[in-house]
Design a protein around this ligand. Structure first.
Ligand code: IMK
Length: 841
């Protein structure tokens, strides 16, 4: 068939009749996909095919709404925001799609008629684990809220072939296994090769004069790779909006196939092709720590360049090279410094490709880019060696130098003669190995800089970025994190959400402050009984998970005491373990009068190169083994280490938790978001005055929160003459705990296994001040234990925590981003089935 360019495809291709939403409609489509598209029948079919058929059935309904959303955004000419992030920890999409389409019951009924169980079918979905922890999951919650609020926000990220590794525990040690999450295909993604972008690396910069004798710059002799987009639908809650998450996959350019192959260097050509495809191969498994690998910088530039070119392609298609109104219509939110290459890349594209002058280009960049900081920890602040930048991104380095020169002259004007300040604030850190400080680059270029909880934002202004705060106080602002109640309450906790809806109506799903209507029920006996019953059912689900994955039996009447998060010294899982050892010691000594039975659950992944974190996992496992095997502990204390903590596990864990452990060294946890999921589900927090804990306690009331430990100010003030050995010697309980550890009680056949941990607390000076907070932690744990014995008191606290969690909806967070930074307006999509305006029915 020859291609006739004058023939236009029929409008029938876009005017499709609306798809039915009833159980019978879903069942029919399911059978089509299952029987025809997947070519299966009821015999010997791999179970994931049932899941895929259901996902395809739902995806069609999402695609309908996706196109209408896109059309509405285009027609309105609205301002848009692009959320740039190296991580999107989406988890599973199926239940979320059903909830948001409002077809959960219909789809369950449809499967039932075909002899299938929704729970089993849904369990076939792999988590999209394209993130490490809080930062990546926050991006996912934000997308959910943006779609629900009908805000034109697009996520841009990387389609890692391998997401976060799967964690096994063997003999108490973490073993990592690659997560090939795409093995059975990904029914949610739509490949869009027509929007492929070309990304350059290496080469050199060529300065020349063009025909008009203007100085121009060319970046030449580069090694290019392609960025191919895959779009994932992001549905809003029952509102017809479906936004986009666009993930880039790297691919070799065609030149590899042609020139290099033809030149006869076949194997080198294949190797080069491989290298190109490596960029999107694997997520770096480091949370709040950096490793400085070149491939990581490649990933960062790859994301920045592909996404910006994509946005600019759309802009210039409609507006040509006129950027005067660009900032009115576009905004970029940088999720930490990871996408900060964008700053220099946007300058490059505007100047070198679109011919703008420096000032014009800078005006565009500095009025469209906004930066969110997610940590104060120095080990997580990104710095890239100038040498690496020079060889990988020479044109970007030139631009960064120019940004820095202009910036430093502004500093010099403001503080004449202050050389120390210039050195402190320079984007380039001088030294044996000069480095580019990415956070400074972001602060200099962005019009907004925000932290993720009140304390964190305050510390950014007072400490980490104080020089910049003095220069530009108005750039700085706070946006306290939040989580989406659709996933973290409505979908994951049907028992409690059913009770809540039956009591106060369903408005809370899109307005979480409505949970406050539960406050009057905190003293209602009948409501208490139902609340407790829902919690017990959730504890049963959690206990089943623990039993299946850890082989440990949890007693449903015990207090479920849970700490799940990445393993990091600042999060102080070690403090929790020391407390368990202390409880064990008390049981051994017969000090069990008025005992509250307790089941301690710890879970989380350690970065593969983080030796201390891995030792902490091993210690937790060994302590658990000893405690669980000791008949003296039966009915009083159990402990389990949950392997492979991930989004889907948290959907079972948060609803079944009584006590939420948020025990970081004050001033170190930027916000925390797990703390909010627990609170929403009626867990009570034991925590330090750190991150969002402070705001959680403010909302819940001090009497509904177990507070302990030093404040951030005390931590820094006490550091100077801190002597952990003296504190250990002065505390008989801690002394016994340390003796047990030091005697090898928990590692009888593994000599030296815990030396690292013991030394960190003693010889190495206990940097995270675990010892300093031990006594006050034990006391707060006693208060929690006593409170738990009074069911009425505990249930009251549980209800009040959930009832006052409204602030921690990511809907609130996104409304603040939209109001203060993005300045977006909602743009509703036309309902499916409705006639377009102005056209006859
Ligand atoms: C995390 C912080 O550690 C959490 O406190 C916070 O709740 C979450 O971000 C969301 O704001 C990963 C990081 C990071 C810095 C660097 C890297 N901060 C956080 N995760 C690589």
């Amino acid at each position: 068939m020859s291609y006739d360019p004058t023939r236009t495809p029929s409008p029938l291709l876009s005017d499709l009749p609306p798809l039915g939403m009833k159980a019978s409609d879903l069942a029919l489509d399911f059978r089509q996909y299952f029987g025809h598209t997947l070519g299966r029948d009821q015999h010997g079919t791999p179970p994931h095919c049932y899941y895929t058929a259901l996902a395809m059935t739902l995806r069609d309904r999402l695609v309908e709404r996706w196109k209408r959303t896109d059309a509405a955004y285009n027609a309105s000419g609205c301002k848009r925001t692009y959320y740039l992030s190296l991580e999107f920890l989406m988890g599973r999409a199926l239940s979320n799609a059903m909830l948001n389409l409002g077809v959960t019951d219909g789809a369950t009924e449809a499967l039932g008629k075909l002899g299938l169980l929704m729970e089993e079918v849904a369990s076939e979905e792999h988590d999209a684990g394209l993130g490490n922890g809080g930062l990546g999951r926050l991006a996912a919650c934000f997308l959910d809220s943006c779609a629900t609020l009908q805000l034109p926000v697009t996520g841009y990220g990387i389609r890692y072939e391998y997401g976060m590794f799967r964690q096994h525990i063997e003999d108490g040690h973490q073993v990592e296994e690659p997560d090939h999450w795409l093995r059975n295909g990904n029914p949610w993604e739509l490949e869009r090769p027509e929007f492929t972008q070309r990304i350059r690396f290496g080469g050199r910069v060529d300065h020349f004069r063009d025909a008009d004798n203007r100085l121009r710059v060319r970046w030449v002799d580069t090694h290019d790779v392609l960025a191919v987009p895959y779009d994932i639908p992001v549905p809003g809650y029952q509102n017809g909006t479906v936004n986009t998450l666009r993930l880039w996959k790297s691919a070799a350019t065609d030149e590899f196939d042609l020139s290099e192959f033809n030149a006869g260097s076949y194997t080198e050509a294949v190797a080069a092709k491989n290298k190109a495809e490596h960029i999107s191969m694997v997520l770096y498994p480091n949370d709040a720590s950096e490793n400085g690998k070149e491939l990581r910088l490649r990933q960062q530039y790859f994301l920045a360049s592909a996404s910006l070119q994509d946005v600019l392609r759309n802009w210039t298609r409609d507006e040509g090279a006129d950027f005067s109104r660009f900032a009115k219509r576009n905004c970029f939110q940088l999720n930490d410094t990871h996408p900060t290459c964008s700053v220099a890349e946007m300058m490059r594209l505007l100047m070198d490709d679109y011919g703008l002058g420096w000032s014009e280009a800078w005006e565009v960049v500095s009025s469209t880019m906004a930066y969110t900081n997610h940590t104060l920890l120095p080990e997580a602040l990104e710095k890239w060696p100038v040498r690496m930048f020079q060889s990988l991104l020479p044109r970007l380095l030139e631009i960064i130098y120019e940004i820095n020169a202009r910036f430093l002259s502004e500093v010099a004007r403001r503080w004449p003669g202050d050389a120390a300040r210039l050195a402190r604030m320079s984007i380039i850190e001088e030294g044996a190995e000069p480095q580019v400080r990415m956070a400074y680059l972001a602060v200099v270029a962005c019009f907004s800089v925000n932290g993720v909880a009140e304390l964190h934002s305050l510390l950014l202004q007072q400490d980490l970025l104080n020089d910049f705060y003095e220069l530009w106080p108005r750039k700085f602002n706070n946006k306290t994190n939040g989580v989406t109640q659709r996933r973290w309450l409505a979908s994951s906790n049907p028992g409690l959400s059913g009770l809540i809806t039956e009591t106060i109506g369903e408005g809370w799903a899109t307005n979480l402050q409505q949970l406050r209507k539960l406050i009057p029920y905190a003293d209602d006996a009948a409501f208490h009984a139902k609340w407790h019953q829902a919690k017990q059912e959730n504890k049963r689900r959690l206990a089943a998970l623990v039993s299946a994955d850890c082989g440990v039996d949890f007693n449903l009447d015990a207090m479920f005491d849970v700490q799940v998060k990445r393993i990091h010294e600042y999060k102080r899982q070690l403090l929790n373990i020391l407390h368990v050892i202390h409880l064990y010691d008390r049981i051994r000594r017969g000090d069990t009068a008025n005992w509250t039975p307790r089941c301690v659950l710890i879970g989380g992944k350690a970065a593969p190169g983080y030796a201390m974190a891995k030792t902490i996992i091993k210690l937790a496992c060994n302590v658990a083994a000893i405690v669980n095997a000791d008949p003296a502990c039966a009915g009083l204390l159990s402990m389990a280490y949950l392997p492979d903590y991930r989004v889907t596990a948290m959907e079972v864990i948060a609803p079944g938790t009584d006590l939420s452990e948020q025990i970081s060294t004050a001033g170190k946890e930027a916000s925390g978001t797990g703390n909010m999921k627990f609170m929403m589900n009626g867990a009570v927090t034991i925590g330090t005055l750190d991150g969002a804990n402070i705001e959680i306690r403010e909302e819940a009331g001090a009497e509904n929160f177990f507070l302990f430990g030093m404040t951030a100010n005390e931590v820094e003030a006490n550091r100077r003459d801190y002597r952990p050995l003296n504190l250990i010697a002065a505390d008989p309980d801690l002394k016994r705990v340390m003796s047990l550890l030091q005697s090898g009680y928990f590692n009888q056949f593994e000599p030296g296994a815990f030396d690292l941990v013991i030394q960190s607390l003693t010889d190495y000076g206990d940097y995270w001040m675990t010892v300093a907070d031990f006594r006050s932690y034990v006391e707060a744990q006693c208060q929690a234990a006593t409170a738990f014995q009074n069911r009425e008191q505990w249930t009251r606290m549980s209800i009040l925590n959930s009832a006052t969690s409204g602030k921690f909806s990511s809907d609130r967070t996104i409304q603040e981003y939209s109001r203060d930074i993005w300045q977006l307006a909602s743009v509703p999509a036309q309902a499916v089935g409705a006639q377009p305006k102005g056209e006859p029915a």
